[in-house]
Design a protein around this ligand. Structure first.
Ligand SMILES: NC(=O)c1ccc[n+]([C@@H]2O[C@H](COP(=O)([O-])OP(=O)(O)OC[C@H]3O[C@@H](n4cnc5c(N)ncnc54)[C@H](OP(=O)(O)O)[C@@H]3O)[C@@H](O)[C@H]2O)c1
Length: 212
């Protein structure tokens, strides 16, 4: 399966670097005209820069490393091309609250994972993953031995969940599935398994098993 990372900001760049370090061939895309090309020039490994439209035509798994509203936009714009494919959602639906903190953009009891899953085209599957850590932790926490750190994930589809678990492993973390998308809220910001929620830190698989 071919993986594309759409959006090369804080999270997208780090996810791409971690996957490349794990030997994965990835496609990278951003709406900026040069960001993806510059990223490929500067990275050692197997990455190809394409436009968003070309990446979506070619890949099977998409890590949409953009903000919640931008993911909604991508799902609408590329609805036909995304049918049957796997969408990975790392989003945390928050915005600055004007007092130095963050506020949730959707009702407290809802998750972006479930909202976005409801917007998928026929046959597409959503996996909630790669959003539980801040970008610096995703960088420094990868490939720790002997006990790898964990990335939590959630999906309603076993095959899609397994495919993304393989990507998590390749990116230098241990995948810990926490259940279906109805559990997404636990791994979004403020959730009990998020670095910016009650958990507040990187954890190893041994620690994670007591939490899930
Ligand atoms: N930052 C973190 O530590 C962190 C942690 C966990 C989860 N997340 C989640 O990860 C997602 C990305 O966050 P981020 O901090 O990486 O954001 P970011 O630094 O703003 O990066 C987003 C990138 O995507 C590009 N982009 C925006 N809309 C696009 C579109 N429609 N098509 C292609 N590229 C597009 C942006 O380009 P422009 O700048 O030119 O618009 C930018 O390069 C968010 O959902 C966030 O909640 C972030």
């Amino acid at each position: 399966m071919t993986t594309a990372i759409i959006g090369l900001g804080n999270i997208g760049k780090q996810v791409a670097l971690n996957l490349i370090a794990g030997g994965q061939q990835v496609i990278v895309a951003d709406h900026g005209p040069t960001k993806a090309v510059d990223f490929v020039k500067g990275s050692v490994g197997n990455a190809r820069a394409l436009s968003v439209a070309a990446a979506i035509d070619e890949a099977d798994i998409f890590i949409f490393a953009v903000y919640f509203d931008a993911i909604k936009g991508l799902l609408a714009e590329y609805r036909t091309q995304l049918a049957g494919k796997i969408v990975v959602d790392p989003s945390n639906p928050i915005a600055p609250d004007g007092s130095g903190g963050f506020k949730k953009l959707i009702p407290q009891d809802q998750s972006s994972g479930q909202i976005l899953a409801a917007l998928l085209p026929p046959g597409a599957k959503l996996v909630k993953a790669f959003g539980t850590l801040a970008a610096p932790s995703l960088g420094k926490g990868a490939r720790r031995s002997p006990e790898p750190n964990v990335l939590f994930c959630a999906s309603d589809d076993r095959d899609a969940g397994n495919a993304v678990a393989d990507l998590i492993r390749a990116s230098g973390f241990a995948p810990v599935p926490i259940g279906g998308l109805d559990q997404s809220i636990r791994i979004e910001v403020f959730g009990d398994l998020h670095e910016f929620g009650r958990l507040g830190r990187l954890v190893t698989a041994k620690e994670a098993s007591a939490l899930v």
